[in-house]
Design a protein around this ligand. Structure first.
Ligand SMILES: *Cc1c(COP(=O)(O)O)cnc(C)c1O
Length: 401
């Protein structure tokens, strides 16, 4: 079955085999514990001998439904719902690092918080090293420099929107027995499924496209059969579970993920093309544009939409011509529809200034080297009418001097 069908049906099948009906909505079960008539049954469920629920942290109907739904659309054997994307990132890394050397080879451009998580993990005895995953020769050389515990890459980097070849990286990693963790937040399961390309574990911020409506903070880790039990064990004991209400909202949101994502991609391409033509824009970064360095990789790696058009994601970054930080801020403040915020990937069109927010902590020199300039904005294109989005950006560009 295809993603749109799985997204709608996979969370509903929670009734037992003998039930005569299935509920139309995902379960919202807030119970912290489950009470048993028989002490023997409680023991058997608690020990995993028969299916059931005993205590919310060990599993509950709302999390089970969401996990089943995401596992289905992400081609995963198992999924773990976590209290945030960052909690999911931590558990994803620790799942991959089981019995491995404590070195993480990470992409040189990462989501800002992920970079900070790696710095904290370094205080705990881990070591993070960085290489450019879009330069395969450099990445392979870095892999051989020291014993690597696991690799960490993102499907689409932030904010420059580079697209590494996940299948090639998974191949050079598997030749050396190194697990690969992929943060797929920018390209949710309807666009790409890194487990199919050989990734070990995939992390999504549910807060973004998956839940999609800016009303849930959550994360998910997915993995194959071999790592499922260990990942679930980490989930049970770390206790960073996603609460039932957030699970309910996320599962509800995911039912429309495939069509939302198609719309995000279509709108983003329209916005990118309009910006590319605009005289007050110095540069546009979008993997759907023919000038983007990873255009071919994106086209091969990401699914086409139901009309046959390539999907390249919903984020467009661009640089305002001849603008310092103050002028870039004036442009942002002139937007009337597009909102200024730190988030991304929900129904609203959102704009962020990476140099002073998401990438402030990486330091001026590194920012310059990576090309995260003061005149760059990251635009998460929403699913409003594309004419309204483009008109707002154009009027804001034309009103600043
Ligand atoms: C938002 C985000 C995260 C973190 O997710 P939270 O739900 O905010 O904890 C991780 N990676 C990427 C790429 C993100 O965009």
């Amino acid at each position: 079955m295809k993603q749109q069908t799985l997204a709608i049906h996979a969370c509903a099948r929670n009734a037992g085999e003998n039930e005569r009906f299935v509920a139309s909505a995902p379960p919202l079960e807030t119970a912290a514990s489950f009470h048993y008539r028989s002490a023997a049954d409680l023991t058997a469920v608690a020990n995993g001998e028969i299916d059931g629920f005993v205590y919310q942290r060990y599993g509950n109907p709302s999390a089970a439904a969401l996990q089943r739904q995401i596992a289905a659309i992400d081609s995963a054997a198992s999924a773990l719902a976590c209290s945030s994307g960052m909690a999911a990132m931590h558990i994803g890394l620790l799942t991959a690092l089981r019995d491995r050397p404590k070195t993480i080879l990470a992409a040189n451009v990462l989501f800002g918080q992920t970079f900070q998580l790696l710095q904290l993990m370094e205080q705990q005895g881990f070591l993070a090293r960085f290489a450019d995953p879009c330069d395969l020769a450099q990445f392979e050389a870095a892999l051989d420099q020291t014993e690597t515990g696991c690799i960490l890459i993102e499907t689409i980097s932030n904010p420059l929107l580079r697209v590494p070849q996940i299948d090639s990286i998974a191949k050079i990693a598997s030749q050396r027995g190194v697990p690969v963790v992929v943060d797929a937040t920018f390209a949710p399961p309807v666009m790409s499924r890194p487990l199919e390309s050989g990734a070990t574990a995939v992390v999504h911020s549910v807060t973004k496209y998956l839940a999609g409506h800016a009303d849930v903070l959550g994360g998910i880790v997915t993995c194959g059969e071999a790592d499922a039990e260990y990942m679930q064990e980490l989930g049970r004991h770390f206790g960073a579970n996603l609460g039932p209400f957030q699970c309910f909202l996320a599962a509800r949101g995911i039912k429309t993920l495939p069509m939302r994502m198609e719309e995000h991609c279509r709108n983003a391409l329209l916005v990118a093309r309009a910006l590319e033509r605009h005289p007050r824009v110095a540069a546009v970064h979008y993997p759907g544009l023919s000038r983007h360095p990873d255009r071919a990789v994106a086209e091969r790696q990401f699914d086409r939409d139901t009309q046959g058009a390539p999907m390249s994601g919903g984020i467009v970054s661009f640089e305002v011509l001849d603008a310092d930080q103050a002028k870039t801020f004036r442009f942002m403040n002139a937007l009337q529809l597009v909102v200024r915020t730190l988030s991304l990937g929900d129904v609203h069109s959102l704009i962020t200034h990476p140099a002073t927010t998401t990438h402030r902590n990486i330091g001026e020199k590194r920012r310059q080297r990576l090309g995260i300039t003061d005149n760059m904005v990251r635009f998460s294109v929403g699913i409003e009418d594309p004419d309204d989005i483009v008109a707002d950006v154009v009027q804001a560009l034309e009103s600043v001097d």
